[in-house]
Write a protein that binds this ligand. Structure first.
Ligand SMILES: *Cc1c(COP(=O)(O)O)cnc(C)c1O
Length: 356
């Protein structure tokens, strides 16, 4: 493909810091970049603690282990999101229960959450989907009333704001990913955020094979190896130095698309969207436009399949999920990255707008 749908922006000190980590021989899962990254990312999310992990899926898995999800526990998950969210629930033996998304946010619909709660429900995973924050006050309020925890997944929404508060630190636990197509990236990487001191200790233990923090080589619980390397953290430290610039550059791409296409992604009046991948709704023309762009060497991606339509998750929805299904059929992500030239955006839009 001539034009990828996304591409990390590594034009700052990423190569320099990664080389520093290599030269120092601190390439494993301790080191100064890791400490710095965890400090700075916690601050960027308004959380007290952040733990670097090897990817976003591990971050979700670790969060659910930290919250002690047990076999048979039900977890409410949006019907339209990345499959890792549902998979993580399964890893701990839980049952993902899909709730439709809200047409105004494309995130889990708080109005439908209450009806999905049963005596087995333990928590809610609120995903800030396609850069738009979920309605966290409504979700946190429902969770408090029913004694549930909330995990916030900010993988697609680095820098998004909910009522002027940055996402990632707005609930009991936040998780994120730094995969190659996220706004900030280390190729592979993730983080878990919390302001609960006790939970942070527990998460650290579970991340590092379950080792006792006060007794080396002694393992009181079954843990995992979900650690992040100092090399990945080095790249993320450089990404964080240019966080604002990366957001600005991606917003410029968004604005260019908007000029041609008109924004189709809704934005609640309390939301500031993070410029992840530009979203279009093309209705029945979607697959045709994907083909037209592919012929020109331009990569796109269709929206996620509704999770309850995937073989492992058939039957996991309470009722049907009309909004998830409609968005999944109609939605497309268009190339979005800081180095994308305006002329290519213009070319893409010309094809998108062409009559079928
Ligand atoms: C990308 C993504 C993840 C998974 O992250 P990986 O680093 O690819 O494991 C989790 N949740 C959401 C919402 C994502 O978009």
């Amino acid at each position: 493909m001539r034009i990828p749908v996304s591409k990390p922006d590594l034009r700052g000190r990423e190569a320099e810091y990664a080389a520093d980590a290599v030269r120092s021989t601190w390439i494993s899962s301790t080191g100064p970049f890791l400490d710095r990254f965890e400090r700075e990312w916690a601050q960027a999310c308004g959380a007290k603690h952040a733990l670097g992990v090897c990817n976003g899926t591990a971050a979700l898995h670790l969060a659910l282990l930290g919250l002690d999800v047990r076999p048979g526990d039900e977890v409410l998950v949006p019907g339209l999101t990345y499959v890792a969210v549902a998979n993580a629930v399964r890893y701990v033996g839980g049952v993902p229960v899909f709730v439709d998304v809200d047409r105004q946010t494309w995130c889990i619909d708080p109005k439908l959450v209450e009806a999905a709660i049963t005596p087995l429900t333990r928590g809610i995973i609120a995903v800030h989907s396609y850069g738009h924050p979920a309605d966290m006050d409504a979700i946190n309020r429902l969770a408090a009333v029913h004694g549930l925890w909330v995990v916030e997944d900010a993988a697609e929404a680095h820098g998004a704001c909910y009522r002027d508060r940055v996402v990632g630190g707005l609930s009991r636990v936040g998780v994120t990913s730094f995969y190659g197509n996220k706004i900030l990236s280390a190729g592979e990487g993730g983080a878990v955020m919390t302001s609960d001191d006790q939970l942070a200790v527990r998460l650290r233990v579970l991340r590092g094979q379950g080792v006792d923090p006060d007794r080396r080589y002694y393992f009181p619980v079954v843990g995992h190896n979900f650690r992040m390397t100092n090399v990945a953290a080095a790249i993320l430290c450089a990404q964080l130095e240019r966080f604002d610039q990366i957001l600005r550059d991606r917003r410029r791409v968004f604005a260019r698309y908007d000029e041609h296409l008109g924004r189709t992604q809704p934005c609640a009046d309390w939301a500031e969207i993070a410029p992840w991948m530009y979203c279009g709704l093309l209705g029945h023309r979607r697959d045709h436009v994907v083909d037209l762009l592919r012929e020109r060497g331009i990569e796109t991606r269709p929206f996620f399949y509704p999770l309850h339509e995937l073989p492992p998750y058939r039957g996991c929805a309470r009722g049907n999920l009309p909004v998830s299904v409609e968005l999944a059929r109609s939605g497309i992500n268009l190339p979005t990255y800081p180095e994308l030239p305006d002329s290519v955006v213009d070319e893409i839009c010309e094809i998108v707008r062409r009559d079928p």
